[in-house]
Write a protein that binds this ligand. Structure first.
Ligand SMILES: Cc1cc2nc3c(=O)[nH]c(=O)nc-3n(C[C@H](O)[C@H](O)[C@H](O)COP(=O)(O)O)c2cc1C
Length: 386
């Protein structure tokens, strides 16, 4: 039976690998050559326990968190290759075997003969990292799983509230009937707003983070709200078709607006009521500019815009139908809404920029939503082009 070896590729954030220069002695194999750290698998040892032991002995480094990278079936042995990120200066690593350690970039290794045929291992390793991120992506498995559709195989859809005949949640978050509301001009009356050919809108669309001082008119705001969440057909108490698509027609979003410069509207936080095509005045906020900038993680353009769209999600609206398969489609749905905003902005000489980087708690507390049954999911400041 062939003997086995275990060796390890230490990779640093500059995409370099750590090599060890072997002793310059005639009585050892590959004297003076550069080598991957590692050693022979002893009897009764697994390749994993071998590499942990070898690295403890050779360089006093704990590699118990390393992962398997590959197995090479060489003529003289089977070599188990492990991989681990390590970001330390080579000189600071204690060395008990060999002459020295050094980090090597891919170009430096090209054509350099390495001990034990490791030139082949490293050239294949660098070739594979050219198109792939060298970071340890195994820790993203759960997040990647969320993007796939396996969930349907693991969940019994007869358990959803929809299939248990529980009535659907309302299409729109209810509000106090006495609350102050502002009628928005109906889309049919806005004959002079939003006419641009689709091809031009698509061709011109780009993220815009600098805005002019001109306010938006109420008609323009009405057009943007209709484009992003407007209702086309009310089907029943729990379903309405809108200008954007949504998985299972669930439309799990609410649209809040942080208004700065819209003709006829006071500054403050508003919420769009799509069924009525009205604006609900939620509250005035003294330090709106400061709070929104902070909640947008210092992205000042959110405060400089004429207004900022802040979409929240009420996950139960989607969970009612899809259970644990709801969350991926919620994220997909958010993209449709914001893309319509980008295109609609082009039609009114305005610009917008999607924002997904924000402080969750700060944004939820700014909107006064509970952060559990309803929370912020996406933002988009809007302003006239400069
Ligand atoms: C989901 C998503 C999140 C984004 N988040 C931010 C953000 O937090 N801040 C920002 O300045 N731009 C953000 N952007 C805008 C992107 O940076 C922008 O779309 C990208 O650079 C391409 O430029 P373009 O939109 O002009 O084609 C985001 C875009 C998307 C689609």
């Amino acid at each position: 039976m062939k003997r086995s070896g275990s060796s390890i590729i230490f990779l640093n954030s500059r995409n370099e690998v750590l090599l060890l220069q072997r002793d310059d002695r005639a009585d050892i194999a590959y004297p003076n050559m550069w080598d991957l750290p590692g050693g022979h698998v002893d009897e009764g040892e697994t390749p994993e326990s071998c590499i942990v032991r070898e690295m403890r002995e050779e360089i006093e480094t704990d590699v118990s968190a390393c992962r398997r990278y590959a197995v090479y079936d060489f003529e003289d042995r089977v070599e188990h290759i492990f991989l681990m990120e390590l970001d330390v200066a080579a000189e600071t690593i204690p060395l008990h075997e060999g002459q020295r350690l050094r980090w090597f970039a891919a170009e430096e290794i090209e054509g350099l003969p390495l001990a034990y045929g490791f030139d082949l291992v490293l050239s294949e390793f660098f070739a594979s990292t050219k198109n792939h991120c060298p970071m340890d992506t195994s820790r993203f498995e759960a997040h990647r799983y969320f993007l796939k559709d396996f969930i349907r195989q693991t969940f019994d859809f007869s358990e959803t509230d929809q299939n248990r005949r529980i009535p659907p949640p309302p299409v729109e978050k209810p509000c106090d009937p006495q609350a102050e509301k502002k009628e928005l001009p109906k889309i049919e009356t806005l004959t002079d707003i939003g006419h641009i050919d689709l091809r031009t809108a698509i061709a011109k669309r780009q993220s815009c983070r600098t805005y002019g001082d001109r306010p938006l008119s109420l008609g323009e705001l009405s057009f943007l709200l209709w484009s992003t969440q407007g209702i086309r057909v009310r089907l029943d108490a729990g379903h309405a078709l809108r200008t954007v698509p949504s998985a299972g027609c669930r439309h799990a979003f609410e649209t809040y607006l942080s208004i700065n410069r819209v003709t006829g509207l006071e500054q403050g936080i508003y919420r769009y009521l799509p069924l009525e095509h009205q604006l609900l005045f939620e509250f005035a906020e003294e330090n709106l500019e400061r709070r929104i900038t902070r909640a947008a993680l210092g992205q000042q353009f959110a405060a400089e815009a004429a207004l900022t769209f802040i979409w929240t999600v009420i996950p139960y609206r989607m969970e009612w139908r899809y259970g644990p398969a709801a969350h991926k489609v919620i994220a997909l749905d958010a993209g449709h809404v914001c893309q319509n905003l980008y295109l609609a902005c082009e039609a009114i000489d305005a610009g917008t920029c999607a924002i997904a980087a924000y402080d969750q708690d700060a944004m939820d507390s700014l909107l006064r939503v509970d952060g559990k049954e309803e929370f912020t999911i996406y933002l988009a400041p809007v302003g006239k082009k400069p």
